[in-house]
Design a protein. Sequence first.
Length: 565
Amino acid sequence: MSTETASRHFIRDIVDEHNRTGRFGGKVITRFPPEPNGFLHIGHAKSICLNFGLAADYGGVCHLRMDDTNPTKEEQKYIDAIHTDVKWLGFDWGPHEYYASDYFEQLYEWAITLIEKGLAYVDDQNAEQIRQTRGTLTRPGTESPYRNRSVEENLGLFQRMRAGEFGNGEKVLRAKIDMASPNVNLRDPVMYRILHAPHPHTGDKWCIYPMYDYAHGQSDSIEGITHSICTLEFEDHRPLYDWFCDALEIHHPQQIEFARLNLTYTVMSKRKLLTLVKDNHVADWSDPRMPTISGMRRRGYTPAALRNFCARIGMTKFNSTTEFALLEHCVREDLNKVASRRMAVLDPLRVVITNYPEDQTETMSAVNNPEDESAGRREVPFSKVVYIERDDFMEDPPRKFFRLAPGKEVRLRYAYWITCTDVIKDDAGNIVELHATYDPATRGGESPPPDSAGNVRKVKGTIHWVSAEHALDAEVRLYDHLFTKENPDEVEEGQDFTAHLNPDSLKIVTGAKLEPSLADFEPGDPIQFERIGYFTPDIDSTKDTPIFNRSITLKDTWAKMQKKQ
């Protein structure tokens, strides 16, 4: 794992400096702190690889902590999905799984401490009033009329808030910092709000819940985190993170910010991803078109490919957008090494080999993976009738068309050379069948021996095929970008990001003919349909109704872009 994360970046430089000065006694304790209010996406994969990889490389530990401070949006299914995704990526938190809700009692006691120090107060203003009096970047905020309540009054009100005496939104607890601070986050931020809602982890024990900015840093402190790594939008929150730790005089981790992952043709906002699910633009969070880790897993992406992608994009302090083609390149690069090769025909055209014996079946030896000799070979059945791709035949081909045509000869991969002799059409003039002859001397696709005059026969085209008698009938799902625009958030007035949804992001092919051995593959198994692309069985696939998802095409646009550059 560490080889994929060991590239130098500014976060490593910070950790090295801390180790040199002994700031944390040489310890490196990181955490991955997702909110369990949705499924993890590729942006979270970047954070997972960074936090777990950094801890592993420095001989430390990484905690998995659910930042579960908003019970109205959190569900157990999201917690379960987070567990699955982190483990699938190849990381293990061991005994270090925690919940912010585990610390609610301690967080409450620390809030009491801040009240007693005169650093927190209960405010009766509602959310809109607080927003209006917060000020702007150029205008200071206005102090709440409740800001100077006595310590005793604040303690009493806060205790009554916990006891459930007030309704939702009636009161909040705010930190007492500086309403004129140039950093808006320090203008008396809300620490607690009243929310009468059951919590998936604590049940009905609490009706007041800490805000993220308060709970996050203190949870880090409780766990002894040394390096609290978060995305760049929290940079302006760091002074508040520091203020709470200093005011409470508790262990003070170092917050470090890095640029989040932005990817072309993709949205990363959980709110927008939830909209796609709720409005039925996709099937669910695990739809293979989604940028979620579960969606990519279902599509056939591999953990190694995602880890390699995260290592390649690196860590920076400035926002940028990464080409989706780079992610696809990393996926192809890994799949090319690990995917089993099989033959599949998505748009079948029937070919009858007229001089091949009736009722005869042979088995042809085929390579499982030319990139991995240890993968061995397999037996592929061959018979009198085969299917080929419809676009591998042209009745009136251009000069440089090297596939099958009337009177032309091609190689059936691993089988024989065949020559098209007749084209059979229906009453409407549509081609429904081809007749061809084969050369028995070309078994295995090998070149025939020279004739008596020493002439060598050559063939330029090689096409794939499937025996009609043995073919596995399947549904194949072809996926493309979910959005037609590189930046889906760039919309005209009155539109939202869904205006750029791609109507062709999913095409379902029925009646595909597959090599029979494909019945033995399981969801997630990497497969290359030769000359077509990379595929994997869908989680809904069964022996009776096989379904295969296209992971990615064979065309590597990123490699071509780099070659041009």
